[in-house]
Design a protein around this ligand. Structure first.
Ligand SMILES: C=C(OP(=O)(O)O)C(=O)O
Length: 571
């Protein structure tokens, strides 16, 4: 069976098939006021118990949760306590005389349909959250007891239509070794959690997956996006060998932990993690990262029903500063717009949202107060660790100056109030707009560091939407035009003595490591799990060799020639 491989690796185990319990409307109407009062009480009690369950998931004894998992549970707590949902349910009970079960079912169904009709990946994920809490509330009503935690035999491979977000978090990853689902895409909760936890997973396998039964032998090949059911013994042996080779390679990489990250000719390289919050730092340090080169703050703004207050943000950034224990954490100011939307703030519909009113443009425009609050919270947290602030989507010098002057004003305000902050906190910019890459010489004179966002730089340079499969053949960071821009940014950063990091997906691609080293890049920031493989390459090669590779690549005119050559010289 073929699906979308969302998390690489091979898992071989026994299937456990999870079937969705479809709830149906009972049609039983309430007759007396006493019954309606009782139904409202049942709903309130179910909400209370469901919230206690979700709180319980946040504190599971066998598992330290990742930031994405904590954010997801916080979103569910917000949704459970949403006053609009309560008032809709109460209205159905009092006006239509529906029992608590039917009222919850219909209200949740409406919200799920509304989210789905928006045809937006983010809103689709919210609909999964709503369905999830709906199931939880109904289970509370049915049983009046906590939903049993999902317990599995060792070496289980989960097979499901889709896995509810909170179930993905609750599963015991000591026993569940992989999963395959009928629905879902790269950004579904199951996919995100599998990727961050390193569980091989394939999603979107379609109805073919229905043929799998409990206890069937299943192989999940996360890299190829394949699921094999009851394969013959030769295939199983072949996969066992492949898996052993992968495990061995992983162990080899882990043995590099204590070695300094230095090239053969003695140049030190800094490897950093891309994170969504303090909880992800543990994973970064476990994978030999030396801090965080990109903390995406939009996650803090997205999983909730209103803007976070200054105090909430301060606590969030302070937690990252403390958890990093003196290591650097680069906080990117809010990068909303394009593919990232807020459920509580409707941005105007635009013809070309990626080219529209987003990120720093919003922050210097109608979100100036929100931007000020964020900068103030980051500055306050800077007193607790080595924080840096980074502005996204800078397209020209004026935007950088405007952002810096707001930062300066907030510093002055804190100073007047006697609130501590780091007056020397570094302020840098993402280079992801081609004009900024071209103007890197000028920008370098007025900021403390650059971080190259190749994901966006690539789409803007090649005029190829990074979400559009039809132009995916154009979206390629190895395009010589994109590489020239990257090389210019690194060269200008070095000329003006400011650090340059690269935090787009290219930093995690082993094929690009030597080329980037040859261009002069000395800081790479990526998801934690990718760090060991990049360190492995750096330890085996010299800067001199990397510079030769860079020279060769600059003579080549096509993406195909460049990638072919780089693959040949990469170990
Ligand atoms: C890191 C980047 O930003 P985003 O969060 O938009 O992927 C990038 O554009 O390379």
């Amino acid at each position: 069976m073929k699906g979308i491989g969302v998390s690489p690796g091979i898992a071989i185990g026994k299937a456990r098939v999870l079937r969705k319990q479809e709830a149906a409307v009972t049609g039983i109407l309430l007759k007396t006021d006493a019954e309606t009062q009782e139904a409202i009480h049942q709903f309130d009690q179910a909400v209370k118990d469901a919230m206690a369950e979700v709180e319980g998931l946040k504190n599971m004894p066998h598992k330290t949760l990742l930031q994405a998992e904590l954010d997801l549970l916080d979103t569910q707590l917000e949704l459970l306590s949403d006053p609009q949902i309560r008032s809709d349910v109460v209205e159905k009970i009092t006006r239509e005389r529906l029992n608590a079960h039917d009222a919850i079912l219909l209200v949740i169904r409406d919200v799920v349909q509304m989210f789905r009709s928006l045809k937006d990946e983010y809103m689709n994920a919210r609909s999964a959250d709503m369905e999830d809490i709906g199931q939880r509330l109904l289970a509370q009503l049915r049983q009046g007891t906590h939903k049993a935690p999902l317990a599995f035999a060792p070496n289980t491979i989960l097979i499901a239509e889709d896995i509810a977000p909170s179930d993905t978090i609750a599963i015991d990853t000591r026993h569940v070794i992989g999963f395959a689902t009928q629905t879902g895409g790269q950004t579904s909760h199951a996919a995100i959690i599998a990727k961050t936890r390193g569980l091989p997973a394939v999603v979107g396998c379609g109805q073919a997956l229905e043929q799998v039964k409990d206890n069937d032998i299943v192989i999940v090949d996360g890299a190829k996006g394949q699921v094999l059911c009851n394969p013959d013994t030769t295939t199983i042996s072949d996969y066992i060998l492949q898996r052993e080779a992968q495990v061995q390679q992983q162990q080899q990489l882990l043995s590099l932990k204590d070695l300094p990250c230095r090239t053969l000719d003695g140049t030190d390289i800094t490897l950093l993690g891309n994170i969504s919050g303090a909880a992800d730092l543990e994973g970064v340090f476990d994978h030999f990262g030396m801090g965080a080169g990109l903390l995406r703050t939009e996650m803090l703004f997205m999983g909730r029903n209103n803007f976070p207050t200054e105090e909430e943000q301060f606590q969030f950034y302070k937690a990252a500063a403390l958890q990093a224990m003196g290591k650097p954490v680069t906080i990117r100011t809010i990068d909303i717009g394009g593919d990232k939307q807020l459920p509580y703030y409707a941005l105007p519909v635009e013809q070309n949202p990626f080219l529209g009113y987003r990120a720093i443009r919003l922050c210097l425009g109608e979100w100036k107060d929100i931007f000020r609050t964020q900068l103030r919270a980051i500055l306050r947290a800077s007193a607790f660790g080595q924080l840096k602030v980074m502005f996204p989507m800078i397209a020209n010098l004026q935007e950088l100056r405007d952002a810096k002057s707001i930062l300066e004003a907030e510093k002055q305000a804190l100073k007047m109030e006697g609130i501590p902050y780091n007056a020397h906190m570094a302020a840098g910019i993402m280079i992801e707009v081609p004009s900024a890459a071209v103007m890197a010489d000028m920008l370098a004179k007025e900021c403390d560091f650059f971080s190259i966002g190749t994901n966006d730089l690539c789409q803007y340079t090649l005029a190829a939407d990074r979400m559009n499969e039809k132009v995916a053949y154009l979206y390629d960071p190895y395009n010589p035009g994109v590489l020239r821009l990257i090389a210019n940014v690194i060269a200008q950063g070095r000329r003006h003595h400011i650090p340059v990091s690269l935090c787009g997906e290219l930093a995690a691609d082993p094929t690009a490591t030597l080329l980037l080293l040859g261009m002069g890049l000395r800081q790479f920031s990526m998801s934690a799990a990718s760090i060991p493989a990049i360190k492995h390459i750096i330890l085996q090669r010299s800067v001199e060799e990397a510079e030769n590779i860079y020279e060769q690549v600059m003579q080549m005119g096509t993406t195909q020639d460049i990638t072919q050559y780089l693959q040949a010289v990469t170990p």
